[in-house]
Design a protein around this ligand. Structure first.
Ligand SMILES: [Zn+2]
Ligand SMILES: [Zn+2]
Length: 151
């Protein structure tokens, strides 16, 4: 992702915050910037180390509060299997079901959506009178470049 692309995403996120009447504090913005620059999943401690470069007084609760806000707003997803976080490129649709293809070799994550899967899951939930809040499907395997390496 280019620097220009990062700025566009940040501007879009700021616009969404304004529309929802929530505050994207400077700290939350820095955390987003770090995640955009990293282009990979980051653990809370990875993020804290980088945040400390700009805000030396930052402590674990600082990062957890920022992550909580970003999760709540749907700007990032938590990857449970690696206990880390990624930016969601589809933040204007906070209720989507996110399908994460996780490469176990290089740790790259591709986020995809499927209307069919979304529809089927919703039907299954309805049938069981389950009220879905959010849902992430994590699929492990090898990405294209790592498949080549494995040959
Ligand atoms: Zn997403
Ligand atoms: Zn890979």
């Amino acid at each position: 992702m280019s620097q220009h692309h990062h700025l566009t995403i940040l501007n879009d996120i700021e616009a969404v915050c304004k529309k929802r009447n929530v505050k994207l504090t400077n700290q939350r913005k820095i955390v987003l910037e770090i995640m955009l620059r990293a282009e990979r999943t980051m653990s809370a401690y990875d993020l804290l180390d980088l945040l400390k470069l700009e805000e030396p007084q930052a402590k674990p609760p600082t990062i957890y509060r920022a992550l909580e806000f970003l999760l709540e707003q749907g700007f990032i997803h938590k990857v449970e299997s690696s206990n880390s976080y990624i930016i969601c490129p589809h933040f204007s649709h906070p209720n989507h079901i996110s399908i994460l293809f996780i490469c176990d070799n290089c740790k790259q994550i591709l986020e995809k959506h499927s209307h069919d899967i979304e529809h089927n899951l919703q039907q299954l939930a309805n049938k069981n009178q389950f009220d879905v809040k959010h849902s992430i499907i994590e699929i492990h395997g090898l990405c294209t470049s790592c498949q080549v390496l494995a040959d």
